[in-house]
Design a protein around this ligand. Structure first.
Ligand code: PRX
Length: 637
């Protein structure tokens, strides 16, 4: 079987889709021929969802960095691999060509080796969006170390939880990070995290903000000094380590419905194939284009569509250090204009926030270079879709609404720019290899069109989660046990009369706040750490900019005289335990929570009250104390 790698017509999409479902092994074997292998695989696919066990390209040997860097050197060596746009627009941007990036990755791979990092070791990366972050990620992949990138907004407690879970002995960080007019003291947060983690051997610190930091002898090292040591030896070559197709490439922690974040594991070959295939097809990437994904590399979107997808395709990827609203709300448009961006991939929350700032920030910005727009992370509402389409894409650029998850490694359901039809607020059709299925709560498949239910996927695709690090049983119960022989996404979804899919939001206890996943149980645990809190319940409520806001109902012991101060204390407690991204938007103190006789909190009622509903609260007869509901309604914010 041979396939054109890039699907260029609706007809070709239908053919590829059909073949991929009828004959997945042949289909993906043909796709995988487009990569550099040190040794070809023996078996394309081996799987069962009971354990679960999924192996793609077993027996194959490769290194993803050869696919992202080495293989482009002859043809694209002097072309920009990374354009780095600093936080402050007055500072100059940096361009790294493919040759320069490969050089730096090899150099830093040597630094890691020199400091005792070996294949299979876990390396935690906690940095701002500087080019060294991409270099660190790729250098880990080069030597076969497993990277675990932690978003710079997480707290010391979150870092130490993740370090302990992964038993990571190495950390790469920065002195600080610029975000708008703020400096985030990254190294100091790491120092706090390390109080609980004596097993950490080395911390490599990259200089960015020149803030004063503590450096511990024997443990903490300067990035620059370590590079000098390598340069002194001479040629910093570093042949790419041979990896098994199913060796772990990275761990990325994400929140779920239980209290503790889980380490989603992706492996070398399948992830690479999926990140590349989806990048090339969904965005319809053309050689020489500049791709600007506005996510942070601390999230899966940054892994797949700032680093691995674009670089494996030989694209120019734009890394932006700052935030969309600083120095003003025209920053994205200025970047598009300045670097002649072809593909812009961002989140509905950013679109809504920029839309609310008004049109003046678009004045004098030339957006003609744009060809394709993308949306990710949460459902995009009609108004934001139309604004994006008209004002940014000037009604000429298709919008790809890409549905996927940390666990899926890459885009799963999306239109392909200009190739398959778009439909506002719908993610439309599944990519080749993806068989979506809607089920009711009993697990019965909902057949036909015009139905809505829980979204599951029938068979494995190359980028599927392999395990949750150190706890395979957890992976099984969370994703593969709810419905027999299906991967359960946790999302609700409807299928319209033409078979287009529209994601309606999470059906589990996970909130999506500004495109970030926050587990309500994790948040409740953090709030309950406050000495005065007896019990809490978190629900989401509709928020104009964030999509969902966080509403906390809290039973508090001995109220402070000043309720606002107590609220601030609780917010501080959350920031300390998780990070500022999880701060509640509303805190209501209550004397009790609506519970069933068996002690279960009736979140459905709390959710309705948070949404402003005071009647139609459903059946309250099963409540232990129905009076509590009227008290909560009276005090609602
Ligand atoms: O609820 C879905 C929502 O984001 C969740 C995945 O979050 P995370 O693993 O953090 O990855 C975000 C970036 C891929 C999903 O379960 N979601 C993601 N994309 C969309 C979406 N909801 C609606 N439309 C989307 N395009």
């Amino acid at each position: 079987m041979t396939y054109p790698y890039q699907i260029k017509s609706l007809e070709a999409y239908h053919k590829a889709y059909k073949d991929s479902i009828e004959n997945p092994s042949d289909f993906w074997a043909a796709i995988a021929e487009n990569f550099v292998w040190k040794k070809k695989w023996d078996k394309t696919l081996e799987w069962n969802f009971e354990e679960p066990k999924v192996e793609w390209f077993a027996g194959g040997k490769l290194n993803i960095t050869e696919n992202c860097l080495d293989r482009h050197i002859d043809t694209l060596g002097n072309k920009p691999a990374i354009i780095w746009e600093p936080n402050d627009p007055k500072d100059s941007s940096v361009i790294l060509t493919y040759k320069e990036l490969l050089f730096k990755v090899k150099q830093f791979a040597n630094v890691l080796k020199n400091n005792g990092v070996n294949k299979g070791d876990r390396v935690c990366i906690y940095m701002g969006m500087v080019p060294e972050l991409a270099i660190a990620v790729l250098a880990c992949a080069r030597i076969g170390a497993i990277h675990s990138v932690i978003f710079g907004g997480f707290s010391a407690q979150s870092i130490s939880d993740r370090l302990i879970d992964a038993q990571a002995e190495f950390i790469i960080t920065c002195d600080g990070a610029h975000r708008g007019n703020k400096i985030i003291p990254l190294k100091s947060v790491v120092d706090d995290a390390l109080i609980n983690c004596p097993f950490v051997k080395k911390v490599i610190v990259c200089t960015r903000t020149h803030t004063a930091i503590s450096m511990i002898k024997g443990r903490d090292l300067w990035w620059k000094e370590e590079i000098k040591k390598i340069d002194a030896i001479g040629n910093p070559d570093y042949p790419a380590e041979e990896m098994d197709a199913e060796d772990i490439l990275f761990i990325l922690y994400t929140s779920g419905s239980t209290g503790k974040p889980k380490g989603v594991v992706h492996t070398a070959a399948g992830y690479m194939v999926w990140a590349n295939y989806t990048f090339v097809n969904v965005f319809q990437y053309q050689q020489g284009q500049v791709h600007f994904c506005t996510a942070d590399i601390g999230w899966i979107t940054g892994h797949s569509y700032i680093i691995y997808g674009p670089l494996s395709a030989g694209a120019t990827t734009l890394m932006f250090e700052g935030i969309p609203t600083w120095p003003d709300a025209g920053r994205f448009w200025e970047i598009v204009d300045k670097h002649k961006v072809d593909i812009l991939y961002t989140a509905p929350t950013a679109i809504r926030s920029l839309m609310s700032c008004g049109m003046e920030f678009l004045k004098d910005k030339d957006l003609k270079s744009l060809k394709v727009l993308g949306s990710v992370g949460e459902p995009i509402n009609e108004e934001a879709w139309q604004w994006y389409y008209k004002n940014i894409g000037k009604q000429k650029c298709p919008i790809v609404d890409t549905w996927w998850q940390t666990e899926t490694g890459g885009i799963m359901i999306s239109n392909m720019a200009g190739v398959t039809p778009q439909k506002s607020t719908f993610t439309t059709l599944p990519l080749p290899g993806i068989e979506p299925l809607l089920v009711d709560e009993n697990g019965t498949e909902l057949l036909g069109n015009n139905v809505s239910g829980n979204l599951c996927i029938k068979k494995p695709w190359p980028g599927i989660i392999r395990t949750t690090y150190g706890d395979h049983e957890r992976c099984r119960t969370v994703y593969f046990a709810t419905y027999k022989n299906l991967y359960f996404t946790g999302d609700g979804c409807l299928r319209d009369e033409e078979g287009n899919y529209r994601i309606t939001g999470r059906v589990d206890d996970v909130l999506n706040v500004s495109g970030h996943r926050i587990g309500t149980a994790e948040l409740e645990n953090a709030i309950n750490m406050h000495s005065g809190v007896i019990e809490s319940a978190i629900v989401g409520f509709p928020h104009d900019i964030k999509g969902q806001g966080i509403y906390a109902y809290i039973i508090f012991d001995k109220m402070h005289e000043d309720a606002n101060l107590t609220r601030q204390d609780i917010i501080q407690t959350v920031s300390r335990n998780i990070g500022a991204i999880a701060k509640p938007d509303k805190i209501q103190f209550v004397s009790g929570l609506p519970k069933t006789r068996s002690g279960k909190i009736m979140r459905r009622i709390l959710r309705k009250i948070a949404e402003g509903e005071t009647e139609n609260l459903g059946d309250l007869s099963t409540l232990l104390d129905p009076n509590i509901v009227s008290e909560i309604i009276e005090g609602a914010l």
